[in-house]
Design a protein around this ligand. Structure first.
Ligand SMILES: [Zn+2]
Length: 402
């Protein structure tokens, strides 16, 4: 074996151990050997080095009380701080965590402007705040992960386009590298939310799943074999723009009848307003202060839960459209789990059975044998948690390489 090959093996083994510790700690050396498939000797040697470097600690107190307790290992929480950021169409969310992804500080604010300059400088203000708190806690900042509502070139760190924000060609990684002098990782928000669910939520340890989230658009994150599917240049997973109705509504992307025009709060509101023209409903009108322009998705969900047929039908129709599209994805990817996030979470009691029924009657039977349909566990936090995960993931690997 060449020296270079040995070095590569050492790096991979070290990365395997760090990642296993991140996912399963506290664990013993024997459990680490079992999980990683490495020999006990290799694990012991690498762990000794990691302890010397201050990345891993031993905790004898957590062991069994009978006989000689196994020494349990974990990553040191004070190994550093990570900032996760999500820039949404109408909000900014910032999360500060320690080295083991425990929340130290977080903020989520509504934004009123869509101006690129305003939103970026507002986000910078919160990142400054997060970094100040990290400094007070004597934690060195390791990096910033950022989720954006649009197409992102992950390798170059550029936002190519965010149609609902009307932004184009923003080299955000470069801008924030220069501003904060830290590693910056930017990605599509649904991709990061999928990672958030994979590392910290309902999809933990599920290696093949699809995450879908609907608010203003319909985003998707596809995880195959434990890795996010990005395609050749990072633009993969744009499931919201699969064309499902050539005669349908105009989409934000400029085409017609995309899936996201059929599912989500907007089509629900459109459908209720249309029905209202032939079926007047005074209670619904009163809930909108006498003007249907004030109708919100929250009101429709509440009315549907209380048995209002117009609202119920509108949500059912969207659930069927959602289920039909998911059935196609199930045929293509054969996932073990579908995770539904975003605005649909608040309507999950009404949506769940219709979506499930539609998927199971439209997808090819063998593909649905082990399929589960769940709603997001981390909800609005999924993306910022994924942003933290992406930094930690890379930092652990970089540490392994250095
Ligand atoms: Zn579209």
């Amino acid at each position: 074996m060449f020296t270079g090959d040995q070095e590569k093996v050492r790096i991979v083994n070290r990365s395997l151990i760090l990642n296993a510790l991140r996912l399963y700690a506290p664990i013993s050396r024997a459990q680490l050997a079992y999980i990683t498939g490495l020999t006990r000797g290799t694990v012991s040697n690498i762990v000794t080095i990691l302890i010397e470097e201050g990345l891993v600690f031993e905790d004898e107190l957590q062991g069994s009380k009978i006989g000689r307790p196994p020494i349990l290992l974990g990553l040191r929480p004070d190994g550093g701080a990570v900032v996760g950021v999500e820039i949404g169409v109408d909000f900014i969310s910032v999360l500060l965590t320690n080295f083991v992804a425990q929340t130290l500080w977080e903020i989520r604010v509504k934004t009123t402007s869509q101006s690129q300059t305003d939103i970026i400088s507002q986000a910078e203000k919160y990142i400054d705040q997060a970094l100040k708190i990290a400094k007070e806690k004597k934690l060195g900042p390791l990096g910033i992960g950022v989720g954006l509502p649009g197409l992102v070139n992950v390798r170059q760190g550029n936002l190519i386009t965010a149609p609902n924000l009307h932004w184009k060609d923003v080299p955000l990684r470069l801008i924030w590298n220069q501003r904060f002098h830290l590693p910056v990782y930017i990605d599509n928000e649904a991709n990061l939310a999928a990672l958030g669910e994979y590392y910290f939520g309902i999809a933990r340890n599920v290696d093949n799943f699809i995450y879908l989230s609907s608010d203003i658009g319909l985003g998707g994150g596809i995880v195959i074999g434990g890795r996010l599917f990005r395609g050749g240049h990072g633009y993969g997973g744009e499931i919201g723009h699969i064309q499902r109705d050539p005669q349908g509504e105009l989409c934000g992307c400029g085409r017609v009848g995309c899936w996201e025009t059929q599912v989500g709060p907007r089509p629900v509101l459109r459908r209720v307003k249309k029905e209202f023209q032939t079926h007047h409903d005074q209670m619904l009108l009163d809930a909108c202060s006498g003007n249907l322009d004030n109708l919100t998705f929250d009101i429709v969900v509440q009315f549907a839960l209380n048995g209002n047929s117009i609202c119920r039908q509108a949500i059912d129709e969207v659930a069927v459209n959602l289920g039909m599209g998911i059935a196609d994805l199930v045929n293509v990817f054969n996932p073990d789990l579908i995770v539904i996030g975003g605005a649909f979470i608040q309507a999950k009691e009404i949506l769940h059975s219709t979506i499930e029924k539609t998927i199971f009657s439209n997808a090819l039977q063998p593909s649905t044998e082990n399929l589960k349909i769940e709603f997001s566990e981390r909800d609005t936090e999924a993306c910022v948690l994924g942003a933290v995960a992406v930094v930690l993931d890379d930092i652990l690997r970089e540490m392994a390489i250095s």
